[in-house]
Design a protein around this ligand. Structure first.
Ligand code: GLU
Length: 481
C-alpha cells in the first residue's frame, strides 16, 4: 500500500458468554488493516444488554485476544485517548444524541408495553401483512394521550422514525453495492435508560474516530439504520466492510450450540497453538497464496487487500487446523515445545509432569504430535512407576505365546549392555531376539513395547527405554513376564 491513510478499526464484542471464534476472526482482519495502514486497532466492550451480560466474559475476550497476539492498541485495561472503552461506562455520552434526534423529529417516545407489541406482532403474522414492524401507535401522541389507550407502559423507549424514502443500498468495501430490506422503527433507547446497540455503535464509532466498520455479515441489514443515524446527527459516515460468516462443513452457520469449535476457548483447551489458530483464521475467506497458506501475521497484513476476501461463507475445517498445528509444533525448539506443553497442562488443570522427563520426551513425540493436549497421553507411560503402568488388555491379548521367553531374553541382553543408549538398546535386542531367537522384528519387539509402554502403538521404543533408564526398563520387562 503506498502512503495509506492511517485507519482506526475496532472489534466490539458483547460480553454475553464465553467468546465466539468469530470475535477472533473479526479482530484479526480489523487489526490487519490497522497495521497495513499504520493506524490503530481498538477493543470496545458492548455491554449495554444487561439481561445477557456475563461477568467473566470480558476477561475471557481480552485474554483470548492477547493469547492470539491480537490484543488491541486501545481498550479496557490498555487505555487510550478515546475511552472509556466499555459502553456501560459511557452512558452519559448517549443521552444528548437521543435528545437531539427527538428534538429534530427523527425519533419519538413509545410507551407500548411488551405484551401489546407481542399481540401486535401476532396479529400481523396472522393477517400475513407484507411488512411487519411497529405500527406507530405512539407516534405524535403525548404521554397523556397514549396513557388513555390500552397496552401502556410507564417506562417508555425511544424509536427511530424511519422515513419512507430511507436509502436501502450502501457501498460495502468487500461486497460492493448491496441492497437490504426496509428497517423497522428501531428502538434506540431502552426502557432501562440504556441505549441499544444501534445507537451506541454509531455514537461510539464516531467518537472513537473509527474509519472502517468491519464486522460480520449478520449486521448488513442494520447498516441502513446506522447510516440514517449518521446523517441525522450530521456525522461523517465510516466505510463498512461485512465479513463472511464462518460455516460448518455442512455449510450451516457456526454456533456454540452445535460446534464446540465455535467457542474461542475450545482451541486453547484442546492444545492448539495460538499461532496456528491465527494462521488458520487468516485463511478463512482469504486466499492461501504461496506455501500452503502458512504465513506470519506480519506477512499477512503487509500484503492485505479487502478485494481478496471471498464472501461465500468459509468452511471451518478443523483438519486443516490440525495440519497447521502440527506444522507450528515442529517449528518449535524442543525447549520451547516442552514449555508450551507444561503451560498447557497448567492452563487445563492437569497434573504437572516432571520437567526433566518431559524435556527428554519431547524429541520422541514431536514428530507426530497434533495438539499439545495429546502430549500427556503420549508420554504418560514415562511418568508412572513400573508397578502402576497400565497394560492395555488388548495389547496383552495380542501377544504370542512365546512372549515370556522373548521378554526374558531381552532382559538378559540388556542387563549386560555396557552403555545405555537407544542405539545400543536397539542393537542388543536385534542381536538377541532377531538374530539369536530367529524372530521376525515384528514379533521380537512387540512384547518389549507392551512391557515398556503398556500399549501396542507408542512413541519410539528404544528412545523411550533410554529415557526410562536401565533399572526401570528391566523392571517393566520382568513385570510383564
Ligand atoms: N456488539 C456487536 C456484536 O457483538 C458488534 C457488531 C459491530 O461490530 O458493529 O457483534
Amino acid at each position: 500500500m503506498d502512503n495509506p491513510v492511517p485507519a482506526r478499526l475496532r472489534v466490539a464484542p458483547s460480553p454475553t458468554g464465553d467468546p465466539h471464534v468469530g470475535t477472533a476472526y473479526m479482530a484479526l482482519f480489523n487489526k490487519a488493516y490497522a497495521r497495513a495502514t499504520g493506524g490503530q486497532f481498538i477493543l470496545r466492550i458492548e455491554d449495554t444488554d444487561r439481561a445477557r451480560y456475563v461477568a467473566d466474559s470480558e476477561r475471557q475476550i481480552t485474554e483470548s485476544l492477547s493469547w492470539l497476539g491480537l490484543g488491541p492498541d486501545e481498550g479496557p485495561g490498555v487505555g487510550g485517548d478515546f475511552g472509556p472503552y466499555r459502553q456501560s461506562e459511557r452512558l452519559d455520552t448517549y443521552r444528548p444524541f437521543v435528545d437531539q434526534l427527538l428534538a429534530a423529529g427523527h425519533a419519538y417516545w413509545c410507551w407500548c408495553s411488551p405484551e401489546r407489541l407481542r399481540e401486535m406482532r401476532a396479529a400481523q403474522e396472522a393477517a400475513k401483512v407484507p411488512t411487519t414492524g411497529y405500527d406507530r401507535l405512539c407516534l405524535g401522541k403525548t404521554r397523556e394521550e397514549r396513557a388513555a389507550l390500552p397496552g401502556f407502559s410507564e417506562t417508555p423507549v425511544v424509536r427511530m422514525l424511519v422515513p419512507d424514502d430511507v436509502e436501502l443500498e450502501f457501498d460495502d468495501v468487500i461486497r460492493g453495492r448491496i441492497a437490504t430490506p426496509r428497517p423497522d422503527d428501531q428502538v434506540i433507547l431502552k426502557a432501562d435508560g440504556f441505549p441499544t446497540y444501534h445507537l451506541a455503535v454509531v455514537v461510539d464509532d464516531h467518537l472513537m474516530g473509527i474509519t472502517h466498520v468491519v464486522r460480520g455479515e449478520e449486521w448488513i441489514s442494520s447498516t441502513p439504520k446506522h447510516i440514517l443515524l449518521y446523517k441525522w446527527l450530521g456525522l461523517p459516515i465510516p466505510a463498512f466492510a461485512h465479513m463472511p460468516l464462518l460455516r460448518n462443513p455442512d455449510k450451516s452457520k457456526i454456533s456454540k450450540r452445535k460446534n464446540p469449535a465455535a467457542r474461542l476457548l475450545w482451541f486453547r483447551e484442546q492444545g492448539y497453538l495460538p499461532e496456528a489458530l491465527r494462521n488458520f483464521l487468516q485463511l478463512m475467506g482469504y486466499p492461501a497464496g504461496d506455501n500452503e497458506g502458512i504465513c506470519t501475521f506480519e506477512e499477512f497484513w503487509a500484503d492485505f487487500d479487502w478485494a481478496k476476501i471471498a464472501t461465500v461463507g468459509p468452511v471451518f475445517d478443523v483438519k486443516k487446523l490440525d495440519w497447521l498445528n502440527g506444522h507450528y509444533i515442529r517449528g518449535l525448539s524442543d525447549d520451547e515445545l516442552a514449555a508450551r506443553i507444561a503451560e498447557h497442562l497448567e492452563y487445563t488443570g492437569q497434573p504437572e509432569v516432571d520437567a526433566a522427563i518431559l524435556r527428554r520426551a519431547v524429541p520422541i513425540i514431536k514428530e507426530r504430535l497434533v495438539t499439545l493436549d495429546e502430549a500427556a497421553g503420549k508420554i504418560g507411560f514415562l511418568l508412572l512407576p513400573a508397578a502402576e503402568l497400565p497394560i492395555d488388555p488388548e495389547a496383552r491379548a495380542a501377544l504370542s505365546p512365546d512372549a515370556p521367553q522373548v521378554l526374558r531374553a531381552a532382559g538378559d541382553a540388556l542387563e549386560a549392555l555396557p552403555e545405555w543408549t537407544s542405539q545400543g538398546i536397539h542393537e542388543a535386542l536385534q542381536a538377541a531376539l532377531v538374530a539369536g531367537m530367529g524372530l521376525k522384528p515384528k514379533f521380537a519387539f512387540a512384547p518389549v513395547r507392551v512391557a515398556i509402554t503398556g500399549q501396542r502403538v507408542s512413541p519410539p521404543l528404544f528412545e523411550s527405554m533410554e529415557i526410562l533408564g536401565r533399572a526401570e526398563s528391566l523392571l517393566r520387562l520382568r513385570n510383564l513376564v
